[in-house]
Write a new protein. Structure first.
Length: 269
């Protein structure tokens, strides 16, 4: 298909979507819905669209899970026990698979994190702004630690830092915190390390930090990330419309959360 015909097809599609949207909103207003109720309905529809859009990946997921040990960890890896996770409160480390481990973020790691800012995939996601916040706190490292609990993923063979994840905006009173994750080293993406590290840190958040609710934000069109979050137990809560500016465009952000009562800790392999 030529670029011109493809552009025309996109214009027709957008026009159709706009017509359907206006018709739906008009019908809602005519039936007594107020704006808040209309937004609630649209959020519910978005959740259904995301769910349906992810079904095409289900067969591949089933095949992957069939190769994993009990509890859904990465092949050949092991799950961290509660005692292991306690070590993360200090300077300890916890294996997430045979080739990588997680440990607390150090101030000296910021030089590596800074190189990730030029990565197009990070720049085009919420990870870019999260990375900026972490680097901005470098000058106030000690005071930031009471609100943040961050970790890095390291390769075992060369001790290279390849990922960043953890908790920010920790609220001790309501026992909740925001969770984020990123793989900064392109060659390490797609190896399941974000999943393995996230499983360990979810247990750390609930069992060691004593959290009751862990939430995260992701771009609404990032289906693979949403799929990963859903497979880890996160549920779709709503949509923040045009909440962030990415590449000069306002983008919607999906909110997902996991409660301690809904968390299923992985069984040791």
């Amino acid at each position: 298909m030529s670029e011109e015909s493809n552009s025309h097809k996109q214009m027709v599609r957008k026009s159709l979507f706009r017509t359907i949207s206006r018709s739906l909103i008009r019908q809602l207003c005519e039936n007594g819905f107020d704006l808040a109720e209309a937004v609630d309905l649209i959020n519910e529809m978005l959740g259904e669209v995301v769910s349906l859009g992810l079904k095409k990946y289900s067969q591949a997921d089933d095949a992957t899970r069939s190769q994993e040990p009990a509890g859904g960890g990465p092949p050949g890896g092991r799950h961290a026990a509660a005692g292991d996770l306690e070590a993360l409160k200090g300077n300890g480390k916890v294996d997430i698979d045979d080739g990588a481990y997680i440990r607390p973020l150090r101030k000296s790691d910021c030089s590596t994190l800074r190189t990730w800012q030029a990565d197009p995939e990070i720049a085009a996601s919420l990870a870019g702004s999260r990375l900026q916040q972490v680097l901005a706190s470098q000058d106030d490292w000690d005071s930031q630690r009471q609100f943040n609990d961050l970790f890095v993923i390291c390769r075992k063979d060369d001790e290279q830092v390849v990922g960043l994840l953890g908790f920010t905006a920790i609220d001790r009173e309501t026992k909740q915190a925001e969770f984020s994750k990123m793989i900064g080293e392109p060659s390490e993406r797609g190896k399941g390390r974000a999943r393995g590290a996230t499983k360990a840190l979810l247990s750390y958040g609930f069992d060691v930090l004593g959290l009751n609710r862990i939430y995260l934000h992701t771009l609404d069109g990032h289906l693979r990330n949403i799929k990963l979050n859903q497979s880890l137990g996160f549920q779709f809560e709503g949509l923040l419309q045009q909440a962030v500016l990415i590449d000069g465009k306002l983008r919607d952000v999906a909110v997902m959360a996991l409660l301690k009562s809904h968390h299923r800790p992985p069984r040791p392999a």
